[in-house]
Design a protein around this ligand. Structure first.
Ligand code: F6R
Length: 607
């Protein structure tokens, strides 16, 4: 989603801003722009599409100056065209914004009545107009920005630049993350530490409601109550902001390949060495304190939660409700006493998940989160945040974060089972030892890459696809369909295998590939019956199974792909790999934009 950068520097700002925006490309965007101050005069350049278009424009029509702000826009209000691209300007004010100003129509009418006409379809322009209006009434740039911010409803990260002020950026945060970077006689603003990584590793994260008045040598922060605030300067490890493809064609390919290593890191973090037990934080993680869990997330993280429901219920006998975050709080669900609420989010900034977390504050007995970004809003607002240790995930389609989320959730389910004495200690130690071997099993699965590439080539001519799975394979079928549709644009749906006869079977014909995810577990025979029903109607079955499953399945499948055999409890983590490889190679075969699929954003900071 939108990315913001700002610089008060010693060198030409335009190339620094464009470079920083490149590091935010992963968030997803459809236009970009920058504004700088040169000879105390504000000027801007904006272009639709990829950043290369902005760079080209800057070659022909450069922007000079050592102070500036920049933006990658993911359209919310108004089409992705040049007029609607940020920075927006009104009189002496330029602004970049991530989020949605919900009361912009009221503000716009008020400004229209005062004779100020808008030029764009955006909510953001209204903010620039309001600041301009307040400055016309005699307020200083800082006072005008503060008064305008006080009138805004909705979510925002904002950066303001002013005509005549080449040593001032005003930044503000409510609902969307924003960081200030400290240089040597230079200061920076960025949506995250990744944007600022080549410039500085010294970062101050703004808190909800903060307004920052930034100059080259000072940072003054006013908190949500109007008081001066001291916010820590943290040193961010270079590793945590390391962004390159490491020789792979796409970030997604690199992130798929990293899974054995990062799952190994996750396990090392939560399992004690030399065959010892779980080291999930004590005493907060005592699952005897809870009668029920509520798991809430969006997209792929939601499918991780759906999988975890099977684990918590089967292993620990702990009932679990799973909700899509955008539905959760509007349903106004009762949260019974002794309920722990668990929020799963790679970015830790997903607006709906954060709002659901806030709904549970004061209602749930405990608020836990599973995040990839430990400094994120969701982590900070939880009673206890468990990092997944996946490392930076750049590809818009979540891969390694999903398998690391699953790993942490399985460890939590095992902890719950152990706390509640629902699992035989020998079975627990057996599962922990299987888990320790999982990175190597995933490695073996990744070696089947070529098989999946060939299968994906065949899939790439399909217009539709169905994914089927039973039990713990059902959420994996959902994930497989999501991965395929988001990066290859093939329409894909997933069903619990048993649901096929209740409607979707009507879709089956010789043009419909049906991808069945079914290791040889207790439910395998039932899934095979569903597969037969598909084949009897001419449907093409791609079976993803293990060696016993391949031996027992019909020879009439279109394709059978054989994975290593694992304990059924671990299957969901392993079967994520074929889901990812199939989608990846299908997208490559179709020539789509794998890392930045159309219309999608990495961090969804609006509702
Ligand atoms: C799909 C995908 C999304 C995210 C979802 C939640 O590949 O990445 O569905 O899983 O937008 O994002 P986070 O985990 O950041 O809350």
């Amino acid at each position: 989603m939108c990315g913001i950068v700002g610089v008060l520097g010693k060198h030409e700002a335009a190339p620094i801003l464009v470079e920083a925006l490149k590091r935010l490309e992963y968030r997803g965007y459809d236009s970009a722009g920058i504004a700088t101050i040169n000879d105390k005069r504000l000027d801007r350049r904006r272009a639709v599409g990829k950043l290369v278009n902005l760079s080209d424009l800057l070659v022909h029509d450069p922007l000079r100056g050592k102070s500036g702000i920049g933006h990658t826009r993911w359209a919310t209000h108004g089409a992705p065209n040049t007029v609607n691209a940020h920075p927006h300007k009104a009189g002496p004010v330029a602004v970049v914004h991530n989020g949605i100003i919900e009361n912009f129509r009221d503000l716009r009418s008020e400004l229209a009545a005062a004779g100020l006409a808008h030029e764009t379809d955006t909510d953001t322009e209204t903010v620039a107009m309001l600041v301009h209006h307040l400055m016309e009434q005699g307020q200083s740039p800082v006072e005008a920005a503060k008064s305008a911010i006080a009138r805004l409803e909705g979510a925002y990260a904002l950066g303001f630049l002013f005509d005549g002020e080449d040593d001032l950026i005003v930044a503000a945060r409510k609902g969307s993350p924003l960081a200030i970077g400290h240089g040597d006689g230079e200061m920076y603003v960025g949506s995250d530490a990744i944007a600022l990584a080549p410039l500085t590793d010294r970062i101050t994260y703004l808190e909800e409601g903060d307004i920052a008045i930034v100059t080259r040598t000072t940072l003054d922060i006013i908190d949500a109550h109007g008081n001066r605030a001291n916010r820590a300067v943290r040193t961010i490890a270079i590793d945590s902001t390391h962004v390159d493809k490491g020789g792979h064609k796409h970030f997604m390919a690199k992130e798929i390949a990293e899974q054995p290593a990062v799952i190994g890191d996750t396990l090392r973090h939560y399992l004690s060495a030399a065959g010892g037990g779980l080291t999930l934080p004590q005493p907060e993680m005592d699952f005897t304190q809870y009668d029920r869990l509520t798991l809430v997330a969006c997209g792929t993280a939601y499918y991780a939660c759906l999988t975890a429901k099977y684990w918590f219920e089967q292993l620990a006998g702990l009932p679990v409700d799973v909700d899509i975050a955008s539905e959760f709080r509007y349903r106004e669900p009762p949260v019974p006493a002794r309920t722990a609420a668990i929020f799963v989010s790679q970015s830790g900034e997903t607006a709906d998940t954060l709002a659901a977390l806030r709904y549970c504050e004061g209602r749930a007995a405990k608020i836990l989160s599973i995040v990839n970004v430990p400094e994120s809003s969701i982590a900070r607002e939880s009673d206890l945040a468990l990092p997944i240790h996946a490392g930076v995930e750049i590809g818009v389609a979540s891969t390694k974060a999903f398998t690391c989320q699953l790993t942490v959730l399985l460890l939590m389910a095992l902890k719950a089972a152990s706390d509640r004495e629902a699992i035989d200690p020998a079975r627990l130690s057996d599962l922990l030892s299987h888990l320790r071997g999982l990175p190597s099993t995933i490695n073996n699965t990744l070696e089947l890459n070529e098989d999946f590439r060939k299968a994906a080539y065949q899939l790439s001519s399909a217009e539709n696809a169905l994914f089927l799975g039973r039990g713990m394979m059902y959420p994996l079928a959902l994930e497989g369909a999501l991965k395929l549709k988001e990066i290859s644009y093939i329409h894909a749906e997933a069903y619990a295998s048993g649901e096929l006869k209740h409607g979707p079977i009507a879709l089956i014909d010789e043009k419909m590939p049906v991808i069945v995810m079914a290791p040889r577990d207790a439910l395998f025979d039932k899934t095979v019956s569903n597969m037969q029903e598909v084949m009897a109607r001419g449907g093409k079955v791609m079976l993803i199974t293990d060696a016993p499953g391949a031996a027992a399945a019909s020879e009439d499948t279109w394709l059978t792909l054989t994975l290593p055999q694992v304990d059924p409890i671990l299957s969901p983590i392993l079967y994520a790999i074929p889901a990812q490889l199939l989608a990846y190679h299908t997208a490559v075969a179709k020539g789509t934009d794998v890392d930045q699929p159309r219309n999608l954003a990495k961090s969804v900071t609006v509702e």
